[in-house]
Design a binder for this molecule. Structure first.
Ligand code: NAD
Length: 424
């Protein structure tokens, strides 16, 4: 597991400000009144909990966690659980809002949620992380469940974390509830293809976007920021598709090779050392320089706000596919648009994870398992269908892919509100 680290010299990310600005732009185009706009903007529920943790040395430390359910109009809330020392309630609110739009855009029957615990997982033992996860799950348990809110892995959490969430919730329910979390291990009702789903989706859309701007993937060069659950498989699948991956980074460092990195060798290095830093098959570069390499495609797959007003003018890539949530600040988005850079927005680009989470939930609720081919072909179909829809909307309305995607998603959520009516 890895921590979320912001670059000291960069502007502080403001994910909630970015998310609210995107919603305002969409609401302006859709012409909604203040009442409906307010319902779309406000989180439905937000819960902050204290998590007393007994450390391995016997001392007690009290951590803080959040769970935000942004919108429930189209189904149960859905969203990841993040363990990071930088987590704030506002960050979780932004991420929950993006989940609402992502689920609506991909037409999976969920609202949006997100959870976070303010903790650096690298500094806690396996046993301590288990106790944190179980206590956090207990605190939020009245609000979660297969029909209420379904967590999944995000930054700093993994399938083991989801196994603990599922087990803790099941103990409280008195029976095993496989559908309470997704991204679980295969042996506990996980889905084939879930671990790689976000990256597969990123690469399906990245290849389509490259072709759309006239670049053959076999001729393309790429850079990937972040080498965790999303970045690692993205680099692997890009290399498998013939794209030369010239540079990658993680929280500890970055490497680059002008002729392309050997991603299989790099993965072995990461397995052995826990970081891309020190990989002998490339040259060490500054972490921020990965974003500015001379490539056609850039995939940010780390944290929010790494593409900002400071570096947006120095980015060479003509296609940016947002593996991370909120990697591009509002100002950077404007700069990139004015430069003609194609930015495939997070709510489309990284939706593969929630699509296969949905498949996992369906399988777990029915106790009937699909083949890897079934999962992957359905994932590809949904991703490309969404890509085509967003691209057509952007072209026909003369707006960016982000605005088109947000408008489509917000309209679906608003229609659900209007059809359901306002209770009481
Ligand atoms: P992860 O914890 O597995 O990996 C995060 C990676 O980013 C690590 O390699 C870490 O070292 C690196 N990193 C952190 N700060 C960095 C920085 N400043 N510069 C370069 N690298 C840095 O997390 P993940 O699940 O891969 O999530 C990455 C992003 O993708 C997040 O924005 C997350 O919300 C988003 N996302 C994840 C999923 C999923 O299925 N896991 C789905 C959709 C979106």
């Amino acid at each position: 597991m890895s921590t979320l680290t912001y670059l000291d010299a960069s502007p502080r990310p403001d994910p909630l400000g970015d998310a609210q600005a995107q919603l305002s732009a969409a609401v302006g185009i859709l012409g909604y009144d203040d009442g409906l706009a307010g319902m779309l903007a406000a989180p439905r529920r937000q819960l902050t909990v204290s998590i007393p943790l007994r450390r391995d040395d016997g001392s007690v430390e009290v951590l803080t966690g959040h769970r935000v359910q942004h919108n429930l109009s189209r189904g149960p809330a859905k969203g990841g659980l993040r363990f990071s020392p930088d987590v704030t309630l506002d960050e979780v609110r932004a991420l929950a809002m993006w989940m609402t739009w992502k689920c609506a855009l991909l037409d999976v029957p969920y609202g949006g949620a997100k959870g976070g615990v303010r903790i650096d997982p690298d500094r806690y033992s396996h046993g301590e992380l288990e106790r944190v996860t179980r206590r956090y799950t207990t605190e939020i348990s009245p609000f979660i469940g297969p029909e209420r809110d379904i967590p999944a892995p995000d930054v700093g959490t993994d399938e083991q974390t989801m196994a603990w969430v599922m087990d803790t919730y099941s103990h409280q329910s008195g029976h095993t509830v496989l559908g309470v979390a997704t991204g679980k291990p295969l042996a506990l009702g996980g889905s084939l293809g879930r671990a790689t789903a976000t990256s597969r989706g990123v690469v399906h859309v990245a290849l389509a976007a490259l072709l759309d701007v006239g670049i053959e993937p076999a001729e393309a060069a790429a850079a990937v920021e972040g080498f965790g659950k999303v970045g690692r498989y993205t680099a692997r699948f890009l290399a498998e598709a013939g794209v030369r991956v010239l540079g990658v980074s993680d929280a500890h460092g970055a490497v680059a090779a002008a002729g392309g990195l050997d991603i299989s060798a790099l993965e072995l290095h990461v397995d052995a050392h826990g970081t891309v830093a020190g990989f002998p098959g490339g040259e060490a570069i500054a972490r921020t320089d990965v974003l500015e390499l001379e490539v056609d495609l850039l995939v940010p797959a780390a944290v929010e706000g790494t593409i900002n007003a400071q570096n947006a003018n120095r980015i060479h890539a003509m296609v940016i596919v947002e593996g991370a949530n909120g990697p591009t600040s509002e100002q950077a988005d404007d700069i990139l648009r004015s430069r003609g850079v194609v930015v495939v927005p997070d709510i489309l680009a990284n939706a593969g994870g929630v699509i296969v989470s949905y498949f996992e939930w369906v399988q777990a609720n029915q106790a009937y398992w699909w083949s890897a081919d079934d999962v992957e072909s359905r994932l590809k179909e949904r991703m490309l269908q969404a890509w085509n829809g967003v691209q057509q909307k952007a072209r026909s309305h003369g707006v960016s892919l982000r605005t088109a995607a947000t408008v489509m998603a917000v309209e679906r959520v608003a229609n659900a509100h209007l059809l359901r009516g306002l209770y009481p």
